[in-house]
Design a protein around this ligand. Sequence first.
Ligand code: ATP
Ligand code: MG
Length: 644
Amino acid sequence: FNSPFLQLLAENGVTLDENQAAAVTETEGSLLVLAGAGSGKTRVLTARTAYLLKVKQIDPRSIMLVTFTSKAASEMKNRLLSYPEMKRDQIQQLVTGTFHSIFYRILMFHDAGNWANDKLLKKEWQRDKILKEAGKELGLSEKEFAYDAALQQIGYWKNSLIMPQDVKPLTDWDKNVLFLYKKYEEYKRQNTLFDFDDMLLGCYQLLRNSPEILDYYQQRFHYFLIDEFQDINKVQYELMKLLSGKNQNVCAVGDDDQAIYSFRGSDPSYLLDFEKDFPSAKVITLEQNYRSAHEIVAAANQMIASNKTRRPKQMKAQFSNSSPPLLFFPYDEEEEATMIVTDLQERILNGASPSDFAILYRTNAASRAVFERLSSSNLPFIIDQDAESFYDRYIVRSALSFLKLSLNEDDSESLSDILPILFIKQTMLKEIKALSILKDCSFLETLSLLNTTHAFQEKKLKKTVPIIQSLKTLTPVQAIEKIEKEIGFLDYLKKRGSESNQLEKGSDDLKDLKTAAKSFHTIDALLAHAEHMSAMNKEIKKLSKHFTDAISLSTIHRAKGLEYKTVYLLGAVDGSLPHDHALESSRNGDFSPLEEERRLFYVAMTRAQNELFISVPENRRGKNAARTRFLRPLLTPRKKANFQ
Ligand code: ATP
Ligand code: MG
């Protein structure tokens, strides 16, 4: 190309191919860059920003550069700083960040009083508490009703610009959540509080209701650059449309095969239908994959081709390392973890750098065994800040509370944990304590003396108390089985599940707990281990903020946009990836969740640069597991030779 600046970039290691260069230099008018994983979309956005600044002499304050995470934004700024002839102050003046951070800054500027940081509901438990308070009016139980799912539903509505008055409830669940939604919004209004979703909604309302302010920003921003456009949601899209209304200068970059946030209201059709709202848009596709070895790209291409709703793409790799994605077949989750950690230990001992490796999984709970093995190794590793310890999960903690209570019948915290499972209201706690003093017996024994409104419940409690007392004489696995069946934990979960529209939610946690408990002969040992792991989780999180050269443990969702030399993917079996709930939907004729799971698999595979190891445990949760259906297209006889 005849741009000396691109020449200079190339000399500094930032080469661009012809299509990439076009996407960087076509700066006027809307542009859609639609391309597969690892094709340099993010590199294009970074280089385009540099090009705007350096060659087009654009004022950095008129460029809005949006990334999916704040980490990605700071990485992009660091990249820019490393480019030739970039000035630090210029880069600092760019308007970059996530949609949330950018629009929050705008809101603060215009109406700081109402949006002060101390009024932000930062933590999930804060929002949870408001819902639970509201739920009392409906008589929804604090622990039985799935408030976490309700919060997610409310977020989905808000991000889709569905206000309470727009909701058409069909089921009891919808009706309950709509009630909570209204109360939640009302509570926030009365107490001048706000949540993350309100940052976007508030800004949307601000711009819609104040033509002068809208006009100001439309004049101010001339260039919009948006990464990961396939996961944009309605309110973000509308905001972007409003702001870019005058000059339509939007550069959207994405890959429909990597849309993985539909549960939060993200919608890839904004990417695929981009030309509807931006009719003059140019479309550039990138076909070279620069990240991964040919063998990985070929397998990922073939795997994702089974999705029906997608824009077909061809991806060619740059290099080959003659090592195809490798399947391995551990006996179960435990052996899976052991095999990976052993492999890591050997490689790192031989000089590999820990940060070359990532271990990816579908859900956080699936990382339990790997977390445990790594914790007892001397390898440095990092986890997500919001990754909860397996042993702190509500269901797991409740099950352990039965065990604790069996060892210490006066443990009041554990008693409080198990009350809902025995269908006793939390408000009875005081009464139980008083009665135990009066009758001079332990908290646990007192349960069998309770006068409840139902005779059958009294009878059941009289039967249950000795069972809880007997737990301490059993092995951990036997004890958990007793809790499931004889104490009625599974019945409780069934009831909770049907109320929240999520069948059997939580029974998986009990199965996972049984798998974990197998390694322990005594209840004491299991409890000590649980406590240790919970503390370890907090410790590793603290360390994760500072570690630079460490193995990454991450959900696939969190690994979006990132790359690692070697990737281990856990649990490539039906039920885990694809997740059970997607299989369930597909049995009912709805295939879109299954397609989203396949995209997740695609995202996972395409994080790997040189090596991809896919673990297919033979057993999962104590049962035979089937190799994930996503790998079937790759195992046709012709391809079989590629896999060992
Ligand atoms: P994803 O879809 O996963 O977000 P992406 O399309 O954004 O991927 P990048 O992360 O920008 O891809 O690039 C993938 C890798 O390829 C990076 O390591 C990047 O530096 C490298 N790369 C991109 N373009 C080129 C190129 N023209 N020549 C050499 N390497 C390149
Ligand atoms: Mg990217």
